[in-house]
Structure formats: structure tokens, C-alpha cells
Ligand binder design. Structure first.
Ligand code: HEC
Length: 255
């Protein structure tokens, strides 16, 4: 079920990219792309890579939460291996040997985001390998928040997971994100990224909506107000409700 939803999301993503006339993984010379197209492509790849990192954490969740096991072997290197394999599967791109035809900005920022994720996993090793504790608050959401913040502090590009009533105040939406999230909440679910050039065409804003699946409801579901395992009050969300969005902001210097 989850896989199906995911595949249809990938199909829609493929349509979008074709409509931008920049198909994934096809060797297009960089001269053939405008700076705007390069930024849009970079924003898409960053969103996919952040989501892949979240997925890898999710897949390792039972291991991470195992109170019996000390050393888990969920290291920055094993994280990287899984991310590289999953990213290749989703995009055809090998993060360890980036194809030359990718935009320079993409080639600069994908390694930086991968590195930021590895550092978040490295910083959490003590917690992850703690014996005797089950839930450790190392989950896709905390991984995603910390990785996007680390990445954004080292680059002029801002990456963020946000929502209208965030659990973590650091994920609070800015005025633009709030407007788009309010609009998304009233529209039928769609995994298509929304891209818009603002600031007189100088800044790309891309928001990719995230919806709650059944897996999320143990924390974000009903009954609303009851504390979940992470200590936050549940939102009372239902499957398919808008959970938030991955937001990317890329300022473009005038030519
Ligand atoms: C184990 C409990 C748990 C589960 C399961 C869970 N979340 Fe969360 N979620 C959290 C916590 C805790 C935060 C706050 C993270 C932080 O500190 O940045 C959060 C934050 C978020 C945010 C960022 C906005 C905010 O509130 O700070 C989004 C979006 C989100 N979750 C979506 C999801 C989705 C989608 C799923 C299912 C795929 C999911 N969550 C599953 C606990 C959970």
C-alpha cells in the first residue's frame, strides 16, 4: 500500500520533470539549461535526498529502538551505503560518482546534504548504541530537522521540513510557507512539488507536500492531545491528511 502510493508519487514527479524538459538522469548538456531550470532541478534532488535519508532511518527504526542490543552497527558509513543505494534506485544517480551533466549547483549540494546526514548519524551514535533504552527520539523527523538545519547553515540554500502547527518551533513556517501550506491543506492530495519564483524572480521557493500514512498515526493520530511516545500531544491526524512539506529556498544571483 505504502509502496504503491510512493510509486505513483514517483510517476507524478517524473511527469513534472519532463514538463520542465529536464528528464531525470538523461545527459543534457548544462549549456542547454537556464539558471532557473538548474535551480529547480537542484531543489528536487535535495528534496529526494532528504526523503531518502528519512526512509533509511525509518527502515532501521526497529534496530535503533532495540533496548537489548548495544552496538547497533547503524553507523555513518552504513547510513551512507543505504542512502547511496536508495538514491540510485529512485533517480538513477550514483552519489559517489555524480554524472558530469548535472548542474554545478546540484553537484555542489548533494554531497553537502549527504555529509550533513552522516554527521547527524555520527552525533547520535552514543544515543543509538545505548543499551536498556527503547525509544531514543532518533526518528525520521528528528533526523530530517537536524540534517536540514546542518545543511542550511553551511550553504546559501535553505532546506526545511515544516508544517502549520509544528511540534518543534524551529520547523515553524515563514509567511510564504504558511500561505502555501494553508492552500495545500484544502486541496486534494498530490505529491507534486510546487515551484514558484518570488522576489522579482530572484528566489526559488519549492514546497513538496507530505501526507500522513498509517505508520505516522501512532504519534500524530488520535486521540488528539494524548501524549505519544516522543512526549508530544497527538495531532488527531487521519491517514491522508496533510502532514507538512519539505521546503527548499534557493536565491539566484543575477546573471
Ligand atoms: C515516534 C513518533 C513519530 C512518528 C511515528 C512520526 N513522527 Fe512526525 N514528528 C515526531 C516528532 C517528535 C517531531 C518533532 C521533530 C523535531 O524535533 O524536529 C515530528 C515532526 C514532524 C514534522 C515536522 C514538523 C514539526 O511538527 O516539527 C512532520 C512534517 C512530520 N513529523 C511528519 C510525519 C510523518 C509524515 C510521519 C509518518 C511517515 C511521521 N511524522 C511519523 C514524531 C513522530
Amino acid at each position: 500500500m505504502k509502496r504503491m502510493r510512493y510509486n505513483s508519487a514517483m510517476k507524478r514527479l517524473a511527469c513534472l520533470l519532463i514538463s520542465l524538459s529536464v528528464a531525470l538522469a538523461s545527459p543534457i548538456p548544462s549549456e542547454g539549461r537556464t539558471q532557473q531550470e538548474e535551480s529547480e532541478l537542484t531543489a528536487r534532488y535535495l528534496t529526494i535526498l532528504l526523503n531518502v535519508g528519512r526512509l533509511v532511518v525509518e527502515r532501521n527504526q526497529p534496530l535503533i529502538n532495540d533496548p537489548e542490543q548495544g552496538d547497533k552497527g547503524f553507523t555513518p558509513d552504513s547510513f551512507e551505503r543505504d542512502v547511496v543505494a536508495e538514491f540510485r534506485q529512485q533517480t538513477g544517480i550514483d552519489l559517489k560518482h555524480l554524472p558530469p551533466h548535472l548542474p554545478a549547483l546540484t553537484k555542489e549540494l548533494l554531497p553537502l546534504l549527504l555529509e550533513s546526514g552522516k554527521q547527524v548519524v555520527a552525533d547520535a551514535q552514543l544515543v543509538i548504541n545505548q543499551r536498556g533504552i527503547g525509544y531514543k527520539n532518533f526518528i525520521p523527523a528528528t533526523f530530517g530537522s537536524q540534517t536540514s538545519r546542518k545543511f542550511s547553515s553551511r550553504s546559501r540554500v535553505t532546506l526545511k521540513q515544516t508544517t502549520l502547527n509544528p511540534r518543534n518551533p524551529k520547523n515553524a513556517p515563514d509567511a510564504y510557507e504558511e500561505r502555501v501550506l494553508k492552500r495545500l491543506a484544502t486541496q486534494p492530495a498530490s505529491n507534486e512539488p510546487l515551484a514558484e519564483w518570488v522576489d522579482g524572480g530572484r528566489t526559488l521557493r519549492m514546497m513538496t507536500p507530505i501526507y500522513y500514512s498509517e505508520d505516522c498515526l501512532s504519534c500524530h493520530g488520535s486521540p488528539a492531545g494524548i501524549l505519544d511516545i516522543s512526549g508530544y500531544p497527538r495531532e488527531g491526524a487521519r491517514e491522508g491528511d496533510l502532514a507538512g512539506a519539505i521546503s527548499v529556498q534557493i536565491p539566484v544571483s543575477p546573471p
